[in-house]
Design a protein around this ligand. Sequence first.
Ligand code: ARG
Length: 259
Amino acid sequence: MEKKNKILSITLVLAMLIGTVALSGCTQEDENKIIIGTSADFPPFEFKAANQTIVGFDIDLIKKILTDQGYTVEVQDIGFDSLIPSLQTDKIDVIAAAMTITDERLLEVDFSNPYYDANQAVLVKVDSGVNITKIQDLKNYTIGAQTGTTGWAWVNDTLVATGNLSEDKFRSYELYTDAVADLIIGPSRVGAVVIDSPVAQAFAKSGDVRIVLNITTNENYGFAVKKGNTELLAKINTGLAGVKATAYWEDLIEKYFTT
Ligand code: ARG
């Protein structure tokens, strides 16, 4: 290489290096970026649209709250059971996953003020011959629920631990969408799925499955942050109250819970 060219290319490489350093040094935006963790198997709260983007009531709500508070956001789809560990290891900053505020979880994370209420429900396949009219009937079938959820805990504590459902008839799923897909295949896979009531209603809209039992559990959903992240929590609570005071809230309910 000619000397002049060499100097030119060294200069170019240097310029590129400086450029890269300057770009990554531009943390202004990064500091304001919040990573939202969810489990996109839970319509209408979080699910994948036809084009695979993650949408839903929780997603719209937390995005609105955080952008109103001056943050930029990114959504990551993580298995429900891995959400709390991901928060604790700083892989995500907030959980928006229709997560019920429970005493057990409060030992591990901090929750925002509640933003939605739910109970549990039992889903079966339409015309499957599965006959469930009361809780005691559940023992006759294979029962499914998503690992780590309150629905899973209800089946475990109320049925399995009490000897009312044999352990081999309890199927744990990583995703509720897989549990419902198995339900639709038929009772040889899973006879009934225990799932949050508003989500059971959303799945029932397809006409393939229907709700046969409601189980009162009085749950409240909250957004979770890492224990001690009081700054982010305060902003979420302020943002949530702000959103609830505007028409955006009614519009959001309308968008995801009607029709
Ligand atoms: N509300 C239930 C719980 O907190 C179920 C939440 C499941 N959420 C989800 N995105 N799959 O355990």
